[in-house]
Design a protein around this ligand. Structure first.
Ligand SMILES: [Zn+2]
Length: 250
């Protein structure tokens, strides 16, 4: 019974499913919108290209059952750098991401929204900095907005590293594999061998695949659905905490 009720409420705030009249009506209840961002990016030989998108969408679907906020459709494409030559990665440039996030927030502001959360399932540094730069511009231009740009891997770095047994675990490693095992085990196709990129820092190099053929950063063999559940709960709680903070601030 309870479950059914929460599902009905959650559907109310999913932007792609509501009418313009519903939008106006729900705007009286909340001025907060969350824009999720992901990637289409290689995740080793065992995880799907939409891993980043899938993880953030699924955690937000959980959050929207618990709090009132508009949930926008995900932006599937993001800025990929170290994986950009790998098969399947379809990347955009930071410039495109800056323009796109700028346009999305500006238009949502015109429609009455005031609190903006740009949350990314991909933690790449150029990808995140493109969105953070946009937020800096928007906060100057749009009167009385609140805007947060984050990736769970930034804000929960310490907590998430504690779940993982692999030190320095990252892309398509123990943690991401664990989360996918928990959320969608059928999408996990075995495991990739343990690997770490050998890009000679601080150089920017061409042919990145030469230094990172398997596209894995960490040890997916150590992954488990149990660890994935802990990570998903942490991320969902963090999103809820942030939404409460936004709604409370004057
Ligand atoms: Zn990823």
């Amino acid at each position: 019974m309870m479950h059914k009720k929460t599902n009905i409420r959650s559907a109310m705030y999913i932007l792609e499913n509501i009418t313009m009249h519903e939008f106006k009506q729900y705007l009286k209840k909340t001025k907060t919108i969350v824009f999720p961002f992901g990637t289409i990016e290689e995740h080793g030989s065992h995880l799907p290209l939409n891993t980043d998108s899938f993880i953030i969408e699924e955690t937000l679907k959980r959050a929207v059952r618990m709090r009132k906020f508009f949930l926008a459709p995900i932006v599937y494409y993001g800025v990929c750098t170290t994986t950009k030559d790998h098969p399947g990665t379809i990347s955009i440039t930071p410039e495109t991401l800056r323009r796109l996030s700028f346009d999305l927030v500006t238009d949502a502001y015109k429609k009455g929204l005031r609190n903006f959360v740009l949350i990314s399932g991909h933690g790449g540094s150029l990808h995140m900095s493109a969105m953070k730069e946009t937020a800096e511009v928007l906060v100057e231009r749009l009167e009385r907005i609140k805007i947060a740009v984050l990736s769970p891997y930034d804000v929960l770095w310490k907590e998430l590293s504690e779940i993982s047994e692999t030190p320095n675990d990252s892309h398509a490693g123990e943690l991401e594999t664990s989360i996918m095992l928990y959320l969608a085990p059928k999408l996990v196709k075995g495991r990739s061998p343990e690997e770490y990129p050998k890009i000679p820092t601080p150089f920017t190099v061409k042919n990145k695949m030469k230094y990172w053929p398997g596209g894995v950063w960490g040890n997916s063999e150590k992954a488990s659905a149990e660890k994935g559940k802990k990570a998903v709960n942490l991320i969902t709680d963090k999103i809820i905490e942030l939404l409460d903070q936004i709604e409370k601030q004057k």
